[in-house]
Design a binder for this molecule. Structure first.
Ligand SMILES: [Mn+2]
Length: 320
C-alpha cells in the first residue's frame, strides 16, 4: 500500500526495534539512506541497525562512523532505495517477505513491502529520508548530513544528471550548513580510483573497437578479462564501466558487452542526444531510457557483435 511522508514518519515514531536493509552491491544512496535513518532513529531513542548483503566499499566506509552498534531482536524491517525485493541479494530469501516499510524513489519498481513511501521525482532516496527527518522533527547533525549528501551526490552524478532538481539543490544547501567535508567526499566518490581499476580501464581502452568514423565504440568485458583482474580490484571496480566509451569525444553510441555465461552477453548502450538507445535495445527485446538502455543477446562474442552492428550503424546513419 502506498503512503505519504507523514504516514511514513508516523510509522517510524510508532515502533522501537528497526532493521534497515540496503540493496545488494550497495551504492552511496542506499547506504546513505540506511546510515542516516539509523542515526535518526537512534537519536529518537529507538534501537536500529543496518544490514546489506554485500560489503561496503572502502571508499564509502565513512558513512558508518558514529553509529552505535546495538544488540537487539528487530521487530520492524525498513528497506531503503530497494526497487525490487530481488535487489536485496542474498537477504531476499531471509527478509524479502517481511519488509514492513519500503522507502524508495525508483519509477519502475515492484511492490513487496506492506507499506511503500515512493517519490519517483526524487533524484535520490536520501531526499525522502531528509523529508522524513523534517516531519519527525529530529534534528540532523554533521554525520547524518554527510550520509544524506552522499546519496544525493551519488544518484545525480554530483548534481550533473538530468534528475537533479531545484529541490535536490535546496536539500544539499541545507545539509551543507552542517559543515561536513564535501570536497573530500566528492573526491572519494567521483575522482579516486584504485590502481587496479585504472589498470582495468587501461586494458579496456586498449581493446576498445571503433566503427563508423569513431561514432560507435564497443567494449567487451569477457569472463577471461574479469577473471584476470579480479584479484587486483574491489568488486565495485567492475561498476560504472559502461560509461567509458561515451566519454570519448565524437562517440555517439557507446556499447559495453559483458559476458554473463559462456554464450550469454549483457549489452549496455549509452547514446548521444540524437540517438535513442532504448529503441536499439528494443530490437533485441531489451529497453531502458533514451540515453541509456540494455538488452541480453545469446551467441558467441563474435555472433553478438555481428547481430548488433547493423543496428548500431543504422542508428548513426553510416552504411555498410
Ligand atoms: Mn537511489
Amino acid at each position: 500500500m502506498l503512503i505519504n511522508v507523514e504516514r511514513a514518519a508516523r510509522m517510524l515514531k510508532e515502533y522501537d526495534y528497526y532493521l534497515i536493509l540496503s540493496h545488494a552491491n550497495p551504492d552511496g544512496d542506499t547506504l546513505g539512506c540506511a546510515y542516516a535513518l539509523c542515526a535518526l532513529l537512534q537519536k529518537a531513542g529507538k534501537f536500529a541497525k543496518c544490514l546489506c548483503a554485500d560489503e561496503i566499499a572502502p571508499r564509502m566506509k565513512y558513512l558508518t562512523t558514529g553509529i552505535q552498534p546495538q544488540e537487539f531482536e528487530h521487530q520492524t524491517i525498513v528497506s531503503v532505495d530497494v526497487a525490487d525485493r530481488k535487489l536485496l541479494g542474498k537477504l531476499n530469501e531471509v527478509y524479502g517477505d517481511e519488509v514492513f516499510l519500503a522507502i524508495d524513489h525508483h519509477r519502475s519498481r515492484t511492490e513487496f513491502a506492506e507499506f511503500t513511501y515512493v517519490e519517483p521525482d526524487a533524484a535520490a532516496a536520501c531526499e525522502l529520508i531528509y523529508e522524513i527527518a523534517q516531519v519527525m522533527q529530529i534534528p540532523l547533525d554533521e554525520q547524518i548530513a554527510t550520509c544524506l549528501y552522499t546519496g544525493l551526490a551519488t544518484d545525480t552524478g554530483c548534481f550533473r544528471f538530468s534528475n537533479t532538481t531545484p529541490r535536490t539543490h535546496f536539500i544539499a544547501s541545507k545539509l551543507m550548513e552542517y559543515g561536513f567535508p564535501y570536497e573530500d567526499i566528492n573526491y572519494r566518490l567521483f575522482d579516486m580510483k584504485s590502481k587496479g581499476r585504472v589498470r582495468l580501464e587501461q586494458e579496456i581502452f586498449e581493446k576498445m573497437e571503433f566503427y563508423c568514423d569513431d561514432k560507435i565504440a564497443i567494449v567487451c568485458l569477457t569472463n577471461e578479462l574479469m577473471e584476470r583482474h579480479k584479484n587486483s580490484v574491489d568488486a565495485e571496480d567492475f561498476n560504472g564501466l559502461a560509461g567509458m566509451p561515451r566519454r570519448i569525444e565524437g562517440v555517439e553510441i557507446g556499447v559495453t558487452i559483458k559476458q554473463k555465461e559462456e554464450k550469454v552477453f549483457k549489452i549496455s548502450v549509452r547514446s548521444s542526444e540524437e540517438i535513442n538507445a532504448s529503441e536499439i535495445c528494443e530490437k533485441f527485446d531489451g529497453g531502458g531510457h533514451a540515453r541509456a538502455a540494455g538488452c541480453t543477446i545469446e551467441g558467441t562474442l563474435e555472433e553478438v557483435k555481428a547481430k548488433m552492428l547493423p543496428e548500431l550503424k543504422r542508428a548513426v546513419g553510416c552504411g555498410e
